[in-house]
Design a protein around this ligand. Structure first.
Ligand SMILES: [Zn+2]
Ligand SMILES: [Zn+2]
Length: 206
């Protein structure tokens, strides 16, 4: 007697019609402990986006600087993207809003945001991402997915200090604020495993 096994595929097709809201309700256990935490950046939208921009604006004002409309817009695009984004994609998006946007305007805005500590330059994939807390309190250690540009910032002050101390003991000084590790995020690992099994199956059938 055969019993029909529920296949994950059937379940997926069934669920396709449930427009389950993809909100930011992922129950982050907000550990208020003093030791580090991990902050995975993700797309920011709606009121959180406005709040983040207002916070950045205040932060700049306190530093005696101005988050001009163009700087604000570039920051907004990076917040909305939630992952590391290349300068030319930012320029493309800017051009959809302001057709005359020239590359130097976007680069100058990025330079400003970098110097203010609001964003990171992700060297390994030549892209930019918003800092985990939008203020230059202390940058963490970035883990960057080399496939899709997902960025996670490990906020482990002790780990960072220990690393910097070792680097200095070796006679080096870091070239910038960024400590960047190359990685492959969970989503991309899954995609890669699926692709590998699909190609193994294709080979088996040929
Ligand atoms: Zn940071
Ligand atoms: Zn990825």
């Amino acid at each position: 007697m055969k019993t029909a096994k529920p296949s994950p595929d059937a379940a997926r097709h069934g669920a396709a019609h449930d427009h389950h809201a993809q909100g930011h309700d992922s129950a982050h256990d907000h550990e208020h402990a003093d030791h580090g935490h991990v902050h995975a950046t993700g797309p920011v939208s709606g009121s959180s986006l406005e709040a983040a921009l207002a916070m950045a604006e205040n932060y700049c004002r306190e530093r005696g600087e101005k988050l001009t409309p163009i700087r604000r817009k570039v920051l907004e695009l990076l917040l909305a993207s939630g992952r590391a984004t290349k300068a030319y994609s930012l320029l493309d998006e800017m051009r959809q809003i302001h057709p005359g946007s020239a590359p130097p305007t976007v680069y100058r805005a990025l330079d400003f945001l970098l110097s203010a500590g609001l964003i990171h330059r992700i060297e390994s994939i030549n892209a930019f991402a918003v800092c985990h807390d939008l203020t230059q309190c202390q940058h963490g250690i970035l883990v960057v997915c080399q496939q899709c540009g997902n960025v996670t910032e490990l906020h482990e002050p002790k780990l960072r200090q220990a690393l910097v101390a070792q680097i200095e003991a070796a006679g080096y000084r870091l070239a910038g604020d960024g400590i960047e590790l190359k990685g492959l995020c969970a989503e991309c690992q899954t995609a890669q495993a699926e692709a590998a099994s699909a190609s193994a199956e294709a080979t088996a059938h040929s």
